[in-house]
Design a protein around this ligand. Structure first.
Ligand SMILES: Cc1ncc(C[n+]2csc(CCOP(=O)(O)OP(=O)(O)O)c2C)c(N)n1
Ligand code: SF4
Length: 422
């Protein structure tokens, strides 16, 4: 068979696998529809059918098991060119493991075509049954035969109102039926009944595909053909970007820092660690530095630790957080517990520790300061960061005092006096 969309050479499946027939017939169907190679986006997922993507010359995307339809739906929604053809390859295993994605995409009538490779079992993992395995069908893990009747997925998908749904038996030339599905507007699904010679035939010697399909009560027919225009997202070009609405922080100071500084501050939830880190980050930006900040705290936001990773640098920073900070500030017992593992591994840098806490095991330099006693629990985090800026000459403390004295992000205190004493 002449190939346009598939590379030459053997396809990666066992001899006689139905997946080979589907791949070759998809190539033929695409040829008949004359779809440009790079207008095709093939989305596959885990399972034997999914290893085909390296054989296709089109765009290919490979996702998690049962999630190819969710991925393809996102791709389809983001495409502004209606000529692009999004095709999903999925197994009976993946289609039922990710059933909600299938139903939702069909229901919303997203523009894509699902080619369901129904070999009636999980091929890749050794022949376990799926939700589509017919009653009585044997597999290596069910030698006595399936005790539950597999359901008719075409009926289910057709009931969502999808544009096109059909079932074919994967024998001989099925390219015309595939082309039908591929040429429909909106969501189309074609289920191809096929055989896994390695597991299905071994467990059901002499099985005949048409007979198995018929015995399972699965009709070989078109279940829905509405050819409904697919879902198109409403694009609001006038919507302002959230970033554009953020006021730019003016640079009024100058930092002498020539290399990045990686800082971790850890304290207790409810003691203002996150807002202190925010204030510190703003002051660093106002001093001409680049800053990233990452907050960490348990889902129970009112109890336990609260920590923030801050990186300052004269150069752009492409990441947040660091496993290897230069400075760690610990303002409470919760913060000490949270950072215990990290500071034990530290063999450089400085750990600034509240005076009330026991000295932890570390090769870093430990500096003990009375943060909580001097500033109170609520202001200990700000006070410690103000001290860090000053002691380590990260940026002028005035940059932080400017924001502190506006009083929006901090509790009331005589910050100018405090800064002198640090
Ligand atoms: C979420 C998830 N569940 C289970 C698995 C394990 N797993 C990998 S392949 C596979 C079976 C694939 O069967 P099917 O989707 O029918 O494709 P086939 O191999 O038959 O082509 C399973 C269960 C996985 N990778 N991810
Ligand atoms: S194990 Fe079955 S489904 Fe997988 S490639 Fe071999 S024949 Fe095909």
């Amino acid at each position: 068979m002449h190939r346009e969309y598939l590379h030459e050479g053997a396809l990666p499946f066992c001899l006689g696998c139905g997946h080979t027939l589907i791949a070759e017939n998809i190539d033929k169907a695409l040829q008949s529809l004359n779809i440009p190679l790079l207008d095709v986006i093939l989305v596959t997922d885990i399972g034997c059918h999914g290893i085909i993507d390296k054989s296709f010359k089109t765009h290919t995307v490979h996702g998690l098991h049962g999630r190819s339809i969710a991925l393809a739906s996102g791709i389809s929604l983001s495409l502004t060119n209606p000529e692009k053809k999004v095709i999903v390859f999925i197994g009976d295993g993946g289609a039922t493991i990710g059933l909600q994605h299938l139903i939702d995409s069909a229901h919303k009538n997203f523009n894509l075509t699902v080619v369901l490779h129904n070999n009636m079992l999980y091929g890749m993992t050794g022949g376990q049954p799926s939700e589509l395995t017919p009653l009585g069908f044997k597999t290596p893990t069910l030698p006595e035969g399936n005790k539950i009747k597999g359901f008719d997925i075409c009926e289910v998908v057709a009931s969502t109102g999808a544009s096109y749904v059909s079932r074919v038996v994967g024998i001989g030339n099925i390219s015309e039926q595939l082309a039908e599905a591929l040429s429909r507007k909106g969501f189309s699904l074609i289920e191809v009944m096929e055989i896994c010679p390695s597991y299905a035939v071994k467990s059901n010697p002499g099985m005949k595909l048409r007979q198995v399909t018929e015995d399972a009560g699965l009709s070989v027919k078109v279940y829905a053909d509405h050819n409904i225009e697919g879902f198109r997202p409403e694009i609001k070009s006038e919507t302002q970007s959230l970033i554009d609405t953020m006021p730019v922080i003016p640079v009024g100071y100058r930092s002498e820092r020539s290399v990045p500084a990686k800082i971790l501050i850890a304290g207790s939830a409810g003691e203002g660690v996150q807002s202190a880190a925010e204030l510190f980050a703003r002051a660093a930006i106002a001093s001409g530095l680049n800053v990233t900040k990452k907050g960490s705290y348990p889902v129970t936001v009112g109890i336990g630790f609260s920590a923030s990773d801050i990186i300052l640098s004269p150069d752009p920073i492409q990441y947040t957080g660091s496993p290897d900070p230069d400075y760690v500030i610990i303002t409470s017992t919760d913060g000490l517990e949270y950072t215990a593992g990290l500071i034990k591994k530290m063999n450089h840098g400085v750990v600034y520790l509240d005076e009330s806490l026991p000295t932890p095991e570390t090769k870093a330099t430990v500096v003990r300061i009375d943060y909580r006693k001097t500033a109170g629990a609520r202001n200990a985090a700000i006070y410690s960061l103000l001290g860090l800026a000053k002691r380590e000459k990260l940026f002028p403390t005035e940059a932080m005092l400017d924001i502190l004295n506006q009083g929006k992000l901090s509790g009331k205190a005589d910050w100018n006096k405090m800064a002198e004493g640090i």
